[in-house]
Ligand binder design. Structure first.
Ligand code: ADP
Ligand code: MG
Length: 249
C-alpha cells in the first residue's frame, strides 16, 4: 500500500517545535508519512493535534524544524506557499462551507480561482466528486439545506477538487449527530482504500481499525507513541496512552 518511488516520504516533519508564548505546544516532532499511508492522530484535548495539522498546512508558522511536502520545503509566504498549500487538503470539525453559494459552487470555486480551471470543466469534476461522496442530488441546494453529515461530505469533495497530495482531517465527525458519523467515515475509508495519503485526527477507533496504517498518540505537545492500530488499542505501551484509552473506551 505504501510506496516510496523516490525514497522521500510525502510528508516529513523533522525537529518541529512551536511555542504559543510560554506554551511549548509542539515539541521535537519527527513524523514521516509515505504515499498512500493513513495516519490517525489521537490524544487528549490540548495535546497539540490541531496545531500539528495547521503547521503541516502552514496555517500556523513553526519556530524550529522543517516540514516538507513531496520533498518541497514549505516557504513562509508568497506564490510558492499558495501552490504547496493547495497540495494539502484540509477538512475541519466545522464544515466551513460558503453559505451563499450552492453545493456545486462550493466545490467548483477553488479549482476555478486557484487552479485556473475553466468553469465548465470545474463543475463537471465537482459533480463527479459529489457523486463520489454520495451527495450528487444536493448539488443545487445551499449548505443550510443539508444535514451536518451531508455538509461535511461536501467539505471533503471541496478539498478533493483541488487535487491535493495529502488530506488532513481535524476531528471531522466530532460536530456531527451520532447517526451521521458513519456516512462521513465511510467516505473517508473509501478515500483511504483508493490510496489517498491521509492524516486524521479522530477518536473514532472503528475508523482507525478499518483504515489506518499507524496510530500516533500525542500528549503534551509530543508524540508519545506510534503503533499499528490493533496494537495501540489492545496493548498501548506508555502509561499516558493506557490512561487516555481507559477514559475514551
Ligand atoms: P488539540 O487539538 O490536541 O486539542 P491544540 O493544538 O488545539 O490541541 O492546542 C494545543 C495547546 O495550544 C492548547 O493548550 C491550546 O490552548 C493552545 N493553543 C492553541 N491555539 C492557540 C493560539 N492561537 N494561541 C495560544 N494558545 C493556543
Ligand atoms: Mg483540536
Amino acid at each position: 500500500m505504501t510506496s516510496r518511488p523516490n525514497g522521500e516520504p510525502l510528508v516529513r516533519l523533522s525537529g518541529v517545535n512551536k511555542w504559543f508564548g510560554e506554551l511549548h505546544v509542539l515539541q521535537d516532532i519527527d513524523l514521516s508519512i509515505d504515499r498512500g499511508e493513513v495516519v490517525v492522530v489521537i490524544g487528549p484535548s490540548g495535546s497539540g493535534k490541531s496545531t500539528l495539522c495547521r503547521a503541516i498546512n502552514r496555517l500556523e508558522p513553526i519556530d524550529k524544524g522543517e516540514i516538507t511536502i513531496d520533498g518541497g520545503r514549505l516557504p513562509e509566504e508568497g506564490k510558492e506557499l499558495a501552490r504547496l498549500r493547495a497540495d494539502v487538503g484540509m477538512v475541519f470539525q466545522s464544515f466551513n462551507l460558503f453559505a451563499h453559494k450552492t453545493v456545486l459552487e462550493n466545490v467548483a470555486l477553488g479549482p476555478v480561482k486557484v487552479r485556473k480551471k475553466p468553469k465548465a470543466e470545474a463543475e463537471g469534476r465537482a459533480r463527479e466528486l459529489l457523486e463520489r461522496v454520495g451527495v450528487a442530488s444536493q448539488a443545487d441546494k445551499y449548505p443550510a439545506q443539508l444535514s451536518g453529515g451531508q455538509q461535511q461530505r461536501v467539505a471533503i469533495a471541496r478539498a478533493l477538487a483541488m487535487e491535493p497530495k495529502v488530506m488532513l482531517f481535524d476531528e471531522p465527525t466530532s460536530a456531527l449527530d451520532p447517526e451521521m458519523i458513519n456516512e462521513v467515515l465511510d467516505v473517508m475509508v473509501g478515500l483511504a482504500k483508493d490510496g489517498m495519503t491521509m492524516v486524521v485526527v479522530t477518536h473514532e477507533m472503528g475508523f482507525a481499525r478499518r483504515a489506518a496504517n499507524r496510530v500516533v498518540f500525542m500528549d503534551g505537545g509530543r508524540i508519545v507513541e506510534t503503533a499499528e492500530p490493533e496494537t495501540f488499542f489492545t496493548s498501548p505501551r506508555s502509561d499516558r496512552a493506557k490512561d487516555f484509552l481507559s477514559k475514551i473506551l
